[in-house]
Design a protein around this ligand. Structure first.
Ligand code: GP9
Ligand code: MN
Length: 671
């Protein structure tokens, strides 16, 4: 018995087990990880093991008793890292990242209240270290003084690496492309643990900062020349027609253009949106040839395109990996040029897609995230708040902010895997047998109804007639994994060409006091929305770096680069290396001109990447009066702004568990 506790190896394993159990225990009680299903439950328990084996295992390379000291030192460092995250989480509901460490403002809120965040029971989190020290003092006299053979620590590290691979592959099966898509810190911590998250975060930051360091002010000139040359002069009749008006921008989650006027079982799926297309009285201009241009960042990419007229990145979400860049985003421009306020409304928690950080760089004054909404069981489905309560509860919040405002409302129910309760479904599902595709129409209908109600509320509040209203689909909802079902629904084979054409998303714009144009067939992308809006508001876009052009301008460029390098124009489409006639879908032999157009479009994407990777806007002064955005002045959450001081029930306790959620994701792999 004594022998078991007196060797270096046994001391090491005691340390591993204690750190493992402690980490699991702290994750469970301190972080709100929203664990759903057995796999997530298991991984939360399992994930500290690999870190404990690998990090503590390094200590075993030290000679003799020093190995014991190193185990204690490394254990203490890991505990400090974990505990610092606990304290940070208690205030910010988020984890520490390297950039947040350098932005002292993040700790500003911590400063005064640090004492209230730490309780005496926290000392329990160090109990294992005290046990280890005692065990070490007692047992070290029995330890051998020589270095152990290299084999043993090596085996430990290999075991740690195997545990990590098992962990990561199970996590990726449950959440495809977990690390690449850079979803949410919460996900990475849930699946891989806080220690692995810290390593991941460090690697990301080294990558980002090295590219940034190598860039200099000359690099912006090439980008500036390109965008100035592409700039399209405003449409004289429309320029400034919306000056001083509120902007209400509504993000239609996963909404593709094919839904407009689509009939299922002889019924319109989205009668309300269809009425905006067809009813001239509504004065909307509907664009039917707009493409989404997003990649892995999905919603975040769409938001990014609309707020900056800069493309997202080919991999990962710029929202996350370039979340600390300098931007000259639309909300900040509106504020500096015309004294607008800005707010985002969204029924999900603030750290998703790193919104709570990048919004500061965009100059967004208020972020009404899920903490402002009543997230009770009946109001919540899938990723967050259902669209109907979302719009309903957004109304008073919208009325609480200073006008003129830029308000961005982000819907959520019409999101893969399109979960909907029976009471909320007012149209029967499609019958392809592909469950998420079948429900896609039901959640689209639900969104349509939610919008109709919101428009009524806007009218009642007197805001409808006096606001610019924009609606846009953010990205596809049905991926190529569902081609069989889509073929059945659309009555044609989903070829590569057809799939590219399906990347259309609707765009609606209403300008107060200006007649709608009905359907505008101009080709464009989400990249073009900001330049269009700027001109309507009466700000000339020429001074700013924007890759898109005004959709209403006679000089608007109708070449649409996709983020994957494909290109669509009214005449031809370039899809995975092949040219097609956009109208007929027939393959084409490319002319030199077509190749040049395609190359220019791809060059544009490269310039956009260069701009982001080098953080080049920090070198750009758009106007004499321009003041770089200071992210430290923005604070989000009810502590910063709470118009009604409403008390909501503690979220998540009541969130519905979806047993088939993970199963379905596995079947479809990715939405
Ligand atoms: C989550 C929501 C969904 O907050 O925006 O993002 P998506 O999965 O569409 O990128
Ligand atoms: Mn989305």
């Amino acid at each position: 018995m004594k022998k078991i506790f007196t060797t270096k190896m046994s001391f090491f394993f005691v340390a591993v087990i204690l750190l493992w159990i402690k980490s699991y225990f702290i994750y469970s009680i301190e972080f709100r990880l929203d664990i759903k299903g057995g796999i997530q439950e298991f991984l939360l328990f399992f994930n500290p093991l690999s870190s404990a084996l690998i990090f503590l295992g390094l200590a075993l390379f030290a000679k003799g008793k020093r190995a014991g000291i190193w185990i204690i030192v490394i254990d203490t460092i890991m505990t400090i890292l974990l505990y610092a995250n606990v304290v940070y989480y208690r205030v910010n509901n988020d984890y520490i990242t390297l950039p947040t460490l350098t932005q002292t403002s993040n700790f500003g809120s911590l400063g005064g209240s640090i004492a209230s965040l730490v309780t005496w029971t926290d000392i329990l989190y160090a109990v294992d270290i005290i046990i280890l020290i005692a065990l070490f003092m007692w047992s070290k006299r029995f330890w051998s003084t020589s270095r152990m053979s290299f084999k043993k620590p090596l085996l430990v590290l290999i075991a740690g690496a195997i545990a990590f691979s098992v962990n990561l592959s199970m996590a990726e099966a449950d959440r495809p492309q977990l690390l690449k898509r850079t979803f949410d810190r919460n996900y990475i911590v849930k699946y891989l643990g806080i220690y692995n998250f810290a390593v991941y975060d460090a690697i990301q930051n080294v990558k980002t900062s090295s590219q940034r360091v190598l860039a200099d002010s000359d690099d912006i000139t090439e980008v500036e020349n390109y965008t100035k040359n592409k700039f399209a002069e405003p449409n004289d009749e429309l320029f400034g027609t919306a000056a001083g008006k509120n902007i209400i921008k509504i993000h239609l989650e996963s909404f593709q253009t094919f839904l407009i006027d689509y009939e299922l079982h002889g019924e319109e799926v989205t009668p309300f949106l269809n009425s905006l297309v067809h009813d001239q009285e509504e004065d909307f201009t509907y664009f039917d040839n707009i493409f989404h241009q997003t990649e892995q960042g999905k919603t975040a990419d769409a938001e990014f395109l609309l707020a900056n007229s800069i493309y997202g990145l080919p991999q990962g979400a710029a929202f996350v990996t370039r979340g600390n860049n300098t931007y000259q985003a639309f909300p900040a421009i509106l504020n500096q040029e015309l004294d607008y306020t800005s707010a985002v409304f969204h029924g999900d928690y603030k750290s998703f897609w790193n919104r709570d950080e990048i919004y500061k760089q965009f100059g967004i004054d208020t972020y009404f995230d899920a903490s402002y909404y009543n997230m009770i069981e009946e109001n919540v489905i899938n990723y967050g708040l259902k669209d109907k309560p979302f719009f309903e509860e957004s109304m008073p919040l919208l009325e609480s902010i200073d006008q003129p405002f830029y308000a961005h409302l982000q819907t959520l129910t019409h999101h893969h895997p399109y979960l909907i309760s029976e009471e909320d479904a007012t149209i029967a599902p499609a019958e392809t047998g592909d469950a998420s595709v079948d429900r896609y129409f039901q959640t689209a209908r639900y969104l349509d109804e939610a919008l109709e109600q919101f428009f009524t509320d806007l009218k009642e509040a007197g805001m409808y007639d006096d606001s610019v209203i924009i609606l846009y689909g953010d990205h596809y909802g049905i991926s190529q994994n569902h081609n069989r079902a889509m073929k059945e629904l659309l009555g044609e084979e989903i070829t590569a060409f057809k799939n590219a054409q399906l990347q259309r998303v609707p765009l609606f714009i209403k300008i107060p006091g200006v007649d709608g144009q009905g359907t505008n067939h101009n080709y464009g992308g989400l990249i073009d929305v900001m330049p269009t809006l700027m001109h309507l508001i009466g700000i000339n876009g020429q001074d700013y770096i924007q890759f898109g052009t005004d959709l209403f301008s006679d000089e608007h460029n109708q070449v649409v680069p996709f983020r994957n390098g494909d290109v669509v124009t009214p005449e031809f489409s370039y899809v995975s290396g092949t040219y097609y006639d956009t109208t007929t879908g027939e393959e084409l032999e490319p002319t030199e001109e077509m190749e040049e157009i395609k190359n220019t479009a791809q060059h544009e994407l490269e310039l956009s990447d260069k701009l982001l990777n080098g953080d080049l806007l920090r070198f750009y002064q758009p106007t004499e009066a321009w003041e770089p955005v200071d992210p430290s002045i923005y604070k989000y959450g009810k502590e910063a702004y709470d118009p009604f001081e409403s008390e909501y029930e503690e979220p998540f306790d009541d969130v519905i568990e979806y047993e088939d959620y993970n199963k379905e994701k596995e079947e479809t792999n990715e939405n």
